[in-house]
Structures are given as structure tokens and as C-alpha cells.
Design a protein around this ligand. Structure first.
Ligand code: 5GP
Length: 194
């Protein structure tokens, strides 16, 4: 058995949790028409499943960020098409690690004078946080492991995996970015996510 890659959250568990999140968020946004704002590229499968569990009116928008430097500074590489002023903005993130990216992004959104800003993150790497940042909705709290799949990549690969995998030895991927065989990746709940 290949111990380098361990499935930590199976597809069925992801779907159950995302349906719960969608229900909770929909109840909180009843009577409002939020802009659900996905941060590309990692948000892609998550936002697709999340919005389909939120039946109310909404607009779906995307932006993408360019990171530079070690301090997590970001700039907007691709912007929204809808103005955010006066809107209820729900940021959709795949994972919050140190929190630096989300902190910068929230500042950039708040400057646009929205009616409200909240974040839903599928994964919250709590022990890695170095800046306090509100995350109003979260799917799973995780530890320090490096994850792949369901939007999360290694050198652009693996975003299309249907479940989440932990990499126990990153040197394997550094040597061979294609080391996880997507086609034979099997299921079975692993460790870590609560
Ligand atoms: P932060 O600014 O919160 O430290 O970084 C967030 C970004 O780091 C995420 O959007 C993601 O691109 C990347 N990242 C953090 N942890 C992981 C991980 O476990 N796996 C992958 N593939 N990317 C991660």
C-alpha cells in the first residue's frame, strides 16, 4: 500500500458537510441576494457543490489572485464583473492556512464598500494561522498536513480528484509531481479532519 497519500475526507463526507453548510448559509442570507465570490482556481469544485445546496437568489462571481513575497501579499489578477458596493459578499475559499491571503483579500473587498463581507472556507488549517481573521463558515478544521484534491493542487495537478488526500511525505511529490496515480486512487476514510 502506498502510505504517501492518504484519503482524509471521502467524497460522501464532503457532500454531506457542504449540504449542511449550504443550508446554514441560506438560512442566514434569507431575504438577501448575496454575491457568492469564488477565489480561483481552488474554489472550483467547492463553489459548484455549495451553490447547488443554496436554493435562494444569488449571483456567482469569481476573482483570481496573484501572490508575491513571503508575507502573503496579493494583487487581483482577474476581477469580478459585478460592482460589490452595497452588496452582501460571501467569499468562497478552498483553504485558509496562515490567513494572510484571506486577510489581504478581505481588505481589498472592504474598500469597495459592500453591505457585508463573510467567508466560507472548506478547510481551516487552524494550527498554521498567523493572523487573526474571521471565518464565518467552515467545512472542516484540519491540522498541519498538506492536502490535495477537490480543488487543491500540486503544480496544477489533482484539482479534479473527487475527495481530499493528505500527503505524508512531500519529498515524493517534489521528486515526481505525478506520483499520486489519480486513476487508481481508491477510497477509504483516513485521519485528521473533524
Ligand atoms: P494562506 O495565505 O492562508 O497561508 O494560504 C492560502 C493558500 O495556500 C491556499 O489558497 C492554497 O493555495 C495554499 N495552501 C495552503 N495549504 C494548502 C494545502 O494543504 N494544500 C494545497 N494544495 N494548497 C494549500
Amino acid at each position: 500500500m502506498n502510505e504517501t497519500f492518504v484519503e482524509v475526507v471521502a467524497e460522501s463526507r464532503l457532500m454531506r458537510r457542504i449540504a449542511e453548510l449550504g443550508k446554514e448559509i441560506s438560512a442566514d442570507y434569507a431575504g438577501r441576494r448575496p454575491v457568492v465570490l469564488g477565489v480561483l482556481n481552488g474554489c472550483l469544485p467547492f463553489i459548484a457543490d455549495l451553490v447547488r445546496s443554496m436554493p435562494g437568489p444569488m449571483e456567482i462571481e469569481f476573482l483570481s489572485l496573484t501572490r508575491f513575497g513571503e508575507e502573503g501579499r496579493v494583487s487581483i489578477a482577474m476581477d469580478t464583473t459585478t460592482p460589490l458596493q452595497g452588496r452582501h459578499v460571501l467569499i468562497v475559499e478552498d483553504i485558509v492556512d496562515t490567513g494572510l491571503t484571506l486577510a489581504s483579500l478581505r481588505r481589498m473587498i472592504e474598500i469597495r464598500d459592500p453591505a457585508s463581507v463573510a467567508t466560507v472556507a472548506l478547510l481551516d488549517k487552524v494550527p498554521r494561522r498567523i493572523i487573526e481573521i474571521p471565518i464565518e463558515y467552515r467545512g472542516f478544521e484540519i491540522g498541519d498536513e498538506f492536502l490535495l484534491g477537490y480543488g487543491l493542487d500540486w503544480e496544477g495537478q489533482y484539482r479534479n480528484l473527487r475527495s481530499l488526500w493528505a500527503v505524508t511525505d512531500l519529498s515524493v511529490l517534489k521528486r515526481d509531481p505525478y506520483a499520486l496515480n489519480q486513476e487508481t486512487a481508491t477510497t477509504g476514510e483516513g485521519f485528521g479532519a473533524r
